[in-house]
Design a protein around this ligand. Structure first.
Ligand code: FPP
Length: 235
């Protein structure tokens, strides 16, 4: 794929597993939640970079279905952080034409988090700039099970089951598949993120903890993406 200098607009969909907040904090003798708060700074910087560089779709993994097995304290502090951040960033993101969508189960969220999610989604739904998806209480396996339930509920016959239909009934079904998946923090796994949607994504596993992840690291990855030879099964 050819591109002009610093023009990343041809990359349709970027997904990021923001890993390493806990280790960042523990290394400094701090509580894990301080790592998450520091991670929030990286998140805001990366969102700003994405807006300024006219990126199309950014999908961020903030909390997995498996993360419910963390300590009650960490979970409640994280949920509070999500809720406050969504409320705090709502008008900033709206004024910058960002369309925000929170994907995931959400059944176990407390009332004010649900309310703040609803508010930001309603406020920003017609915005035409960056599409920002944040996965909270999300799991790729949950997404697939949920998709099967939706299809059965619609009484769709066996003959009409195809890839297009499955995609449409998954989270992000109206968006192009992921082109580029980044995981910070050094681990080389997917951790139940967008299983279907990353079928042909290019993976970048980066040895930098999320709170230390800078715009220049992001930019280098985007530039590197153009060096990959994407064949989609062809020769
Ligand atoms: C993974 O690091 C990160 C999380 C579970 C939370 C991510 C949250 C943020 C970046 C802050 C706010 C986000 C939003 C959407 C408002 P980890 O805790 O698994 O780190 P570790 O692998 O070092 O333990």
């Amino acid at each position: 794929m050819l591109k002009k200098n610093n023009d990343f607009s041809s990359i349709k969909h970027i997904a990021i597993i923001m890993d390493g907040n806990g280790r960042w904090a523990i290394k400094r003798g701090l509580s894990r939640i301080l790592g998450h708060k520091k991670g929030l700074h990286s998140l805001v910087k990366i969102i700003n970079f994405s807006i300024n560089n006219k990126l199309n779709i950014l999908t961020l993994y903030a909390f997995s279905t498996e993360n419910w097995s963390r300590s009650e304290l960490e979970i409640s502090e994280l949920m509070r952080l999500f809720s406050l951040t969504i409320k705090k960033l709502m008008y900033f993101l709206h004024n910058r034409n960002v369309c925000v969508n929170i994907i995931g189960n959400k059944n176990r969220f407390y009332f004010s988090l649900k309310k703040n999610i609803e508010n930001i989604q309603i406020l920003t739904k017609n915005n035409s700039g960056l599409k920002l998806n944040i996965a909270i209480d999300y799991g790729g396996k949950w997404d697939i099970v949920n998709c099967i339930k939706k299809i059965i509920k619609k009484n769709i016959g066996f003959k009409n089951i195809n890839e297009k239909l499955v995609k449409k009934n998954l989270c992000l079904g109206n968006l192009p598949s992921v082109d580029l998946l980044i995981r910070t923090g050094g681990e080389k796994r997917i951790s139940n993120f967008l299983l279907w949607q990353i079928a042909y994504a290019e993976f970048f596993f980066i040895n930098i903890l999320w709170p230390d992840f800078k715009c220049i690291n992001f930019k280098n990855i985007l530039n590197n993406f153009f060096l990959r030879n994407r064949r989609f099964g062809k020769i």
